[in-house]
Design a protein around this ligand. Structure first.
Ligand SMILES: Cc1ncc(COP(=O)(O)O)c(C=O)c1O
Length: 269
């Protein structure tokens, strides 16, 4: 979706197609074709933010096994999936794998401040911690105290308020409620719940995914009613704060359903 819009792309990256089965078997063949001795790292997004589609567990386990066997670093981009969004603290935990490097952002401060972080194993960290080496890249706001204070407060809240299970409850609540409110409406293509992520696929009068213009109208109409939603070309998403109350979740589901019911007949016109 993105690459054709931007360029020039840095060299040295090889893109592998999305898996077509659940077994992870094709991954080894794809990496063998590149040549494991030429691969420094494998970068994966465990659940695609664009549509909430998780990589199969077997695929992630196959990725971990291949990387371990060939001394390749496994990097998971958990900017979107990290901090409870997928029903576990990190999506890696769903498949029981552990990456060598993990990229984090978004939920690390519950959105209160802009912060990104890169976690690495001790083995990797050692490479930047000798008498002669240094982590050479830097940015103006590295380790910004306000952002770090927001992250520490967020991490404390995760522990004190048991927010990860709460996220799972919220996701199911929103998904079930939306299913009740929208089932039978021709506009509903499907609802996907992964942890505290709810993806709603909407269809126009001809049964095609709704256009980007319809998505923009839907987002604006929800916002006018006090509900923030996000959309991609594939889906419309509800990603509730993990502290959302049951009453707020009820409001979110009812508001979303009423906006879809009002606008739906006009989708595609
Ligand atoms: C999966 C994923 N990775 C990376 C990013 C970019 O993160 P940042 O803006 O913190 O660099 C995003 C932002 O939307 C994302 O969803």
């Amino acid at each position: 979706m993105m690459h054709w819009r931007f360029g020039p792309m840095p060299e040295g990256f090889h893109h592998i197609p999305e898996p077509t089965d659940d077994t992870g078997a094709e991954l080894a063949a794809q990496l063998d074709e590149v040549g494991p001795e030429r691969i420094a790292a494998l970068v994966l997004e465990p659940v695609k933010g664009r549509n909430g589609q998780p990589l199969p567990d077997a695929y992630l386990r196959a990725a971990r096994a291949y990387c371990t066997e060939h001394d390749i670093l496994l990097i998971l981009d958990e900017a979107f999936t990290g901090f409870g969004r997928m029903g576990e603290m990190f999506a890696a935990g769903i498949s029981g794998i552990s990456p060598d490097i993990m990229c984090l952002a978004k939920g690390i401060t519950a959105g209160y401040s802009a912060l990104g972080a890169v976690l690495a194993t001790d083995r990797i960290y050692q490479a930047f911690d000798s008498a002669t080496t240094v982590f050479a890249h830097a940015s103006t706001t590295d380790g910004h105290p306000v952002a770090c204070a927001a992250a520490l407060a967020t991490i404390r809240a995760f522990a004190a308020e048991d927010l990860v299970p709460r996220g799972r409850v919220l996701g199911r609540l929103l998904g079930d409620r939306l299913e009740d409110l929208l089932k039978g409406t021709p506009v509903l293509g499907g609802i996907r719940v992964v942890g505290a992520y709810v993806g709603i696929d909407l269809l126009d009068r001809e049964g095609h995914p709704i256009s980007m213009r319809d998505r923009r109208h839907l987002e604006a109409a929800c916002r006018r009613q006090g509900l923030l939603v996000h959309y991609t070309p594939d889906t419309v998403m509800l990603m509730p704060p993990l502290t959302m109350t049951t009453e707020e979740a009820e409001f979110a589901a009812e508001t979303f359903a009423s906006v879809v019911t009002a606008l739906g007949p006009g989708f595609g016109s």
